[in-house]
Ligand binder design. Structure first.
Ligand code: ADP
Length: 222
């Protein structure tokens, strides 16, 4: 479904990603990990088309992408209500959502435990509440590929766990391909996922069990 062939990205003389090769199959749960500044967000930006690689080729076999960016510009004032932000993530939004669309938005707000916020202005929400709204926006049109860049950074730990359970349910139900950038794999891991460790290039790609061995070998100082 997605294939990277010898992809490199640099900013001026600074090589952020060199010769990146990997592929992701339909229905994969694909975690991207790596230290700060290792190029994870840069990689995601090439995937969603926000950044053009200097070299190499990226093949993507779908147009139905859902994307939750890492930086939500939470400090910017957004003169929109919660339902307007979510509705803007629909495939073909009209001027106003229909009754059925409103009901769908409400059911998602309930799942994310923020049903009371439907008509609230985005400006007055906490960081965690805003993150939940943007998560709904990414999920609601049931994309074939869901790209989440540190989706739980602003969520509290108890909700984080629920969120990953929900994500695994969505993946099972819709065969969604999920690409997940994270610092913390603890809540996110299930069997049959793939982990890719990036640090300018790909240092590891494989199962969670093999990843643990890779960590034990002390890759950080290799
Ligand atoms: P990560 O997501 O793994 O923390 P990033 O992909 O955000 O890492 O950044 C990788 C490196 O590229 C960092 O050193 C960052 O400073 C640099 N970088 C990212 N975007 C730009 C840019 N637009 N111009 C110059 N340098 C950038």
């Amino acid at each position: 479904m997605i294939e990277y062939k010898n992809v490199s990205v640099s900013f001026g003389k600074f090589n952020v990603l060199s010769n990146v090769n990997f592929h992701i199959k339909k229905g994969d749960f694909f975690h991207i990990v790596g230290p700060n500044g290792s190029g994870k967000t840069t990689l995601i930006k090439t995937l969603v088309g926000l950044l053009k690689p200097n070299d190499g080729q990226i093949d993507i076999n779908t147009k139905k992408l859902g994307y939750l960016p890492q930086k939500l510009n939470l400090r910017n004032l957004i003169p929109m209500t919660v339902q307007e932000v979510i509705y803007s993530g629909f495939e073909k939004p009209k001027l106003f959502p229909s009754k059925a669309e409103c009901d769908l938005i409400k059911s998602w707000l309930k799942k994310m435990e923020i049903e009371e916020l439907f008509d609230h202005s985005m400006n007055y929400l906490s960081g965690g509440q805003q993150q939940r709204v943007y998560l709904i926006r990414a999920l609601i049109s049931e994309p074939e590929v869901l790209i989440l860049d540190e989706p739980t950074s602003a969520l509290d730990p108890s909700f984080r766990e629920k969120f990953y359970i929900l994500l695994h349910e969505i993946q099972q139900k819709n065969k969604t391909t999920i690409i997940h950038v994270t610092h913390d794999l603890t809540d996110a891991i299930k069997d049959n996922c793939t982990i890719m460790f990036v640090d300018q290039s790909i240092k590891f790609i494989g199962s969670y069990a093999d990843f643990n061995q890779f960590e034990h070998r002390g890759h950080h100082h290799a």
